[in-house]
Design a binder for this molecule. Structure first.
Ligand SMILES: NC(=O)c1ccc[n+]([C@@H]2O[C@H](COP(=O)([O-])OP(=O)(O)OC[C@H]3O[C@@H](n4cnc5c(N)ncnc54)[C@H](OP(=O)(O)O)[C@@H]3O)[C@@H](O)[C@H]2O)c1
Length: 305
């Protein structure tokens, strides 16, 4: 393995035009860490705003790849194992040939999916899982309204349906078909602001879009219901003190990734991959993920399988 590697680096916060491929030091796995050769890495809209105070930064916080080295005091890692993970938002990411990360973050890759499909899982599926089940306490038989059927929303629809909830989704007209295929029982056009007139009140709103939808979320919630957003902080709902509203940051979890991989191997959730770009076309990839037109996840192909 060479001392240096190809990596995408961001030099100006939020500016995809300031992304370039550079040769940087290959990371060393620290205590309890794995070094992984990245095969595919996925990106998220707005993530170029996240590495505040630590530029230049390598973007992308989710990947699928192969373990190539173990740091000291690792417990169960194996060189050659295929793994996938959500990595830390505080460190360099996965848009590079190699990434070092705590072994506690990495789980075995789902056998039924390719590396590209697997890279589309960690950030979005964990966000959906934690938003619905940890922060939203969604239970079988409840009604959930999911705002946005994009990266996170596509998993939220599938996971909520699999849990036995009644699922209503708001999304653009051109994504209504996907929303239904993934399991939404009702789909409301997100360009209309009449969601409250078109559906009965819900136990939980899970918001992935922010903006006007989140601003009006309390209007469609039952007494004592919940609003959970992964997109932005919900505004105050002064007329609805009974509503529990919150924003959360997704966290890495090997245990949840193991469970998600098992479910994915059985067929649900299935990743929705919008488009795959070679690492060298990272600027185009960020252009695509920033556009309203993308459906599901945008993935960078980094190395060979
Ligand atoms: N807090 C955290 O830890 C965390 C974790 C993951 C993601 N995020 C953030 O959460 C949000 C959802 O992530 P995601 O991957 O699901 O995002 P996404 O697919 O890009 O967007 C989610 C929804 O927002 C709407 N949208 C898409 N592009 C837009 C644009 N250019 N302008 C305005 N609205 C647009 C779409 O609604 P329609 O379906 O109606 O078209 C889409 O389904 C993003 O802002 C992301 O940065 C936060």
């Amino acid at each position: 393995m060479s001392d240096t590697m190809r990596a995408v680096r961001l030099h100006v916060l939020g500016d995809a035009d300031a992304l370039g491929i550079e040769h940087v030091q290959t990371p060393e796995p620290g205590r309890g860490e794995l070094l992984v050769r990245v095969v595919a890495a996925a990106i998220t809209r707005e993530e170029l705003e996240w590495p505040e105070g630590r530029l230049p930064a390598i973007p992308s916080y989710e990947f699928s790849g192969v373990v190539v080295a173990l740091g000291p005091e690792t417990a169960g890692g194996t060189v050659g194992a295929e793994v996938y993970a959500l990595s830390s938002f505080e460190r360099d990411g996965a848009a590079a040939e190699y990434i070092a990360l705590p072994e506690a973050f990495a789980a075995p890759k789902p056998r039924a999916l390719s590396h590209v499909e697997t890279a589309a899982l960690p950030l979005a599926a964990l966000s959906a899982w934690q938003g619905l089940f940890e922060h939203g306490s969604l239970r079988e038989g409840e009604r959930v309204l999911i705002h946005g059927v994009g990266g996170v929303g596509a998993f939220a629809v599938q996971l909520a349906r699999a849990r036995g909830a009644y699922v209503i989704a708001t999304t653009s007209v051109d994504k209504a078909g996907i929303a239904r295929e993934l399991g939404a029982e009702e789909v409301v056009d997100s360009a209309s602001d009449a969601v409250g007139d078109q559906t009965e009140p819900v136990d939980l709103v899970f918001d992935t879009a922010g903006g006007a939808r989140l601003a009006r979320a309390s209007e469609v919630v039952k007494t004592g219901g919940r609003v959970v957003s992964v997109a932005t902080e919900p505004p105050p709902y002064p007329n609805r003190p009974d509503v529990d509203s919150r924003f959360f940051l997704v966290g890495p979890s090997r245990e949840q990734l193991v469970e998600i991989a098992n479910l994915a191997d059985e067929g649900t959730p299935r990743p929705v991959v919008d488009e795959v770009f070679p690492l060298a076309e990272v600027r185009r990839a960020f252009e695509r993920v920033s556009s309203r037109a993308h459906r599901g996840k945008v993935v960078l192909r980094v190395g060979g399988d």
